[in-house]
Ligand binder design. Sequence first.
Ligand code: NAD
Length: 460
Amino acid sequence: MENLYLELFNRQKNNQFKVGNTTYKERLKKLKSLRYAVEVTYKQKIREALYNDFKKPELEVDLTEIYPVVSEIKYVSANLKSWMKRQKVETPMALLGSSSWVTYEPKGVCLIISPWNFPFNLTFGPLVSAIAAGNTVILKPSEMTPNSSKVMAEIVKAIFTEDEVALVEGAVETSKALLQLPFNHIFFTGSPAVGKIVMKAAATHLSSVTLELGGKSPTIVDKTANINQAARKIAWGKFLNNGQICVSPDYILIDETVKSDFISAFKKHLNEFYTEEIEQSSDYSRVVNDKHFDRLVNHIENARQCNASIEIGGVSNKTENFIEPTVISNLPEEASLLQEEIFGPILPIKTYGNLEAAIAYINSKEKPLALYIYSKSKSHINYVIKNTRAGTTAINNNVLQYSNHHLPFGGSNNSGIGKSHGFYGFEAFSNRRAVLKQHTKGATEFLFPPYTKLKQKLVD
Ligand code: NAD
């Protein structure tokens, strides 16, 4: 049976040189239209879609969905001209009479598959990089946030022709059908399990991939840390988007001597953020759907069965997909909360006796997408960074490293392959083409046969 999306793919393939040969001004014009759509024309629709998808508060939509796309466009617009210029490199003496440079050429026809947790940010963010690099793009957002996907489809239709950028709505089967096509690049954001499926499919055509994946991001709080500030920042970073963030602090590793101070401070800040009537707070979003709600409630149930201590929260309401901000300690290692990425409003706390033990624990797991450390000690901070591996790190804060366009964003091995954002995003969607130009006619004459003794002497 013919692939449903082959015709669309071929139209983009036939159009790729036209799109690829656009000037930086033409690319900026497209980005400007996207910016205007997100920032002005569709702003209210975007807010409503996300409220309907998982009750995401308006301010959080502005800060974590609209702002990142707009600021990425601003940053790219300010720099694209220089990124598109050929980069001159040195040429060795042996190639005398030649000059060399690198040009960033578009990869061609690209596929962007995105998750549901920041539907706009994680679909349009990579799209900005792909357009900047001169590609044609097929977008496949998540089926779990259908209201957001619908608005994105409207935006894409209003701005682009289908042979340039198209959005395909659908679930796993749609994704699988798209993955059969010989894309030049696949940019996937989602779970490590699906990342492996994507990479296998990409191998069939040797499509290059960027895999922005997830996993468990550890957060160390040592005994020198400002405990009150650490608790406040983690309470924000953990419950933002209801814990459904790839760089959310997944679990805390805390020096056992400061654990109880940390939990008291954590409670205080949660009350300040969301009041004691948290279910009524319009600043607290919900778990995205029933399937994820059940998965998360099972984690809490499993913790109870393991006789762990529910320090904060633990209450849920199925009709609303609401789970209280929940903090759990004294979990045995086999507890599901310590084995799987949580991706929801539950925070396990694990104590350690010394920093070496905390590091050994982290290194016994897959490399995380983010590793956080709260400490006033320079030597502790350096020790942690030198003796662990992670895609990103924030010191004395969390999540914010994502928002600096000057930093590459991405994981390492199980948490991802390749980087995005700013120049790194442009690079992900480009092929670094190496060009050598010979200026002087006879300069390489000595390479050609017959290989005389004189030529041999030149090489020796
Ligand atoms: P997911 O992997 O289940 O789905 C992501 C996308 O893949 C969706 O569009 C989905 O339709 C598609 N998909 C799902 N199963 C598929 C299959 N078998 N074959 C082909 N396509 C398939 O991820 P999710 O639940 O949407 O998002 C949560 C995960 O994403 C977490 O692991 C999180 O850490 C990670 N994530 C990573 C980043 C990052 O930037 N590194 C950002 C957000 C989320």
